[in-house]
Design a protein around this ligand. Structure first.
Ligand code: ASP
Length: 590
């Protein structure tokens, strides 16, 4: 069958030829992936394009080298008995009676473009990304990403969201990261910021009567890079008018489901929800990985009247590592204790659960002797501890206990990225403030300052630091397998509440006017109640493809240190350009 991607030079794609094509004269184009001599004159050439490879039997292939770009015209025929390759989609056929036209010669590639590339230094792969992209894995990832984007667009369009592009050269956005800035030639001494998100523009769209906005938006944040973070990333960004949290979660679920379906063939229904408080209590994280159990267990009451000083603390929790005693060496326990201290704990109590001589369950631990029999029994019962387990306990402030045990839980139990299926979760009821500055007494926003507090908690805004920290916001996150995919909130559309929040955050009216004056002005002209969300497409695609690192699903990413080995960016600029921009460089700091 003639492929629909036939062109002037080719009739078919390499990876799509099969027994149904036997007898056809075809032209295929691509790169020489492999060549094997076959007698004096004949050679087998594996010809590769993005669909796969096909074997071509070529007479007089002496001048064909790896990665040469060629056009092969020949007749599709069944492979001889015994030479069929069941591991190859085209393994039942080959192209014979070939004439070969060299379209481009190629130098030998600096690394093999097959499975072995996985072991090549990533900087080398990025330096020659155009070669790396020829590999099957990269082709698969990029094409899947394109499918995800188009499924998301279709899902948003069907829900009557309108795709609107917002500017890249803007005044700063309030997402809390460092901005990338662009000096303005026409106004020396002034700078544009690249958007950390389209946040303010999408809210302006709501004032502008757009009703439902979306965009697959590029965002820029100057933060330290990690496996799940790049300076620039793409997110599905959305906003809806006259909408509640449930409306937003519903609309986003439809888009996420379409994305999952584009990759796996089946979508997802309603996503489970958990409150932030529960997530912290049970998993020690605001982005719980629920692919595995090992939940944090409440033990504070078990030790309510303990004599053991280390357990005289406001909060005590434990986790149980089932069946781990045999494999957990003393050295490992010491390392985990060091980790826990690095994460902020005063210490980590561990206990091996063993069988006593009389058959009873006993706890083997340097601290067991400080605990009463009732405490030991209570602990075993509460944790459901079995002989052969190791249990870990942390005592401290609630937040610290959750944080440390949450990290410990991941260190002990987290499955590899491509195992355990896709466990999406909405985390709702985030606190409005993440902390209160001990010096100024001012709270620090957990999301951005336009996030609406829960109506029932409004009166706590006038309360003590503890009360402020207990104010819940109408903010929500989407989590997948322990990665934060995105966040959103119901926005404040009332100027009295907004002023109160600015005041609490210590943002003066003058400062608010300078930073977001245009938004506050817009709100004076009739702002509909509105709410929105954004989730990262790089992260979603990486997880759906079972990749640890978002760089694997980005065509031209930066390295962990923020450079681009391919183009050399960032690079110095010409002194003339600096002059035009009214900039002068300081000598590098030593
Ligand atoms: N602007 C937020 C972000 O990019 C998302 C939102 O609140 O809609 O994380």
């Amino acid at each position: 069958m003639t492929s629909s991607t036939s062109t002037f030079l080719r009739t078919d794609q390499c990876g799509e030829l099969g027994t149904e094509d036997v007898g056809r004269t075809v032209s295929v184009c691509g790169w020489v992936a492999k060549r094997r001599e076959h007698g004096e004159h004949l050679a087998f050439i594996d010809l590769r394009d993005h669909t796969g490879v096909v074997q071509c039997v070529v007479d007089g292939a002496a001048d064909l080298r790896s990665e040469y770009v060629v056009r092969v015209t020949g007749v599709v025929r069944p492979r001889p008995e015994g030479t069929i390759n069941p591991n190859l989609a085209t393994g039942a056929v080959e192209v014979g009676e070939c004439t070969v036209e060299i379209l481009s010669v190629a130098e030998a590639p600096p690394f093999p473009l097959d499975d072995r590339a996985a072991d090549v230094d990533e900087t080398v792969r990025l330096r020659y990304r155009y070669l790396d992209l020829r590999r099957e894995d990269m082709q698969r990832n990029l094409r899947t990403r394109a499918k995800v984007n188009s499924a998301i667009r279709a899902a948003m369009d069907a829900q009557r969201f309108v795709e609107i592009e917002t500017p890249m050269l803007i005044a700063s956005t309030p997402e809390g990261a460092r901005d990338f800035v662009v000096p303005a030639r026409t106004k020396p001494g002034n700078f544009y910021a690249l958007p950390q998100s389209p946040q303010l523009f999408k809210q302006l769209c709501m004032v502008g009567g757009v009703d439902r906005y979306y965009q697959i938006a590029r965002c820029f944040r100057d933060e330290d890079l990690r496996a799940d973070r790049q300076f620039e990333f793409s997110q599905l960004d959305a906003e809806m008018s006259f909408a509640s949290q449930d409306d937003v979660l519903g609309a986003i679920t439809v888009a996420v489901s379409a994305a999952v379906e584009a990759v796996t063939g089946s979508g997802i229904d309603d996503l489970p929800r958990i409150t932030w408080r529960d997530a912290m209590d049970r998993f020690g994280s605001d982005k719980p990985d629920v692919r595995f159990d090992m939940e944090l267990t409440e033990l504070t009451d078990v030790f309510a009247s303990t004599e053991f000083n280390a357990f005289k603390a406001p909060s005590i929790k434990g986790i149980r590592h089932p069946g781990a005693a045999a494999d957990t060496t003393r050295r490992r326990l010491d390392d985990l204790t060091d980790d826990a201290k690095r994460w902020g704990a005063k210490g980590l109590v561990w206990m091996r659960v063993e069988q006593g001589e009389d058959g009873s369950v006993t706890l083997n631990s340097p601290v067991a002797k400080f605990l009463s029999d009732a405490e030991q029994a209570g602990l075993v019962e509460r944790l459901g501890a079995q002989v052969g387990d190791v249990v870990y306990i942390v005592a401290d402030e609630w937040a610290k206990v959750c944080h440390v045990l949450g990290l410990l839980r991941l260190a002990l139990g987290r499955p590899p990225v491509n195992e355990g299926g896709f466990n999406f979760l909405w985390v709702v009821d985030f606190p409005l403030f993440e902390s209160v500055d001990p010096v100024s007494g001012r709270p620090v926003s957990a999301h951005h300052p336009f996030t609406m507090p829960h109506e029932e908690d409004w009166e706590l805004l006038d309360g003590s630091p503890d009360e402020l920290l207990s104010v819940r916001s109408q903010a929500y996150d989407l989590v997948l397998n322990g990665w934060e995919l995105g966040s959103g909130s119901v926005r404040i559309h009332r100027s009295d509440i907004q002023s109160r929040i600015f005041e609490l955050l210590g943002i003066s009216q003058a400062e608010a006017q300078v930073k977001f004056g245009f938004l506050l002005d817009a709100f004076k002209f009739g702002a509909p109640p509105h709410a929105g969300f954004a989730f990262g497409i790089d992260r979603l695609v990486a997880l759906l493809m079972g990749e640890e690192n978002i760089r694997e699903v980005i065509a031209f990413p930066k390295t962990q240190s923020g450079g681009d080995p391919l183009t050399g960016a960032p690079t110095p600029i010409d002194p003339v350009q600096l002059d035009e921009l009214g900039l002068r460089l300081l000598p590098p700091s030593t």
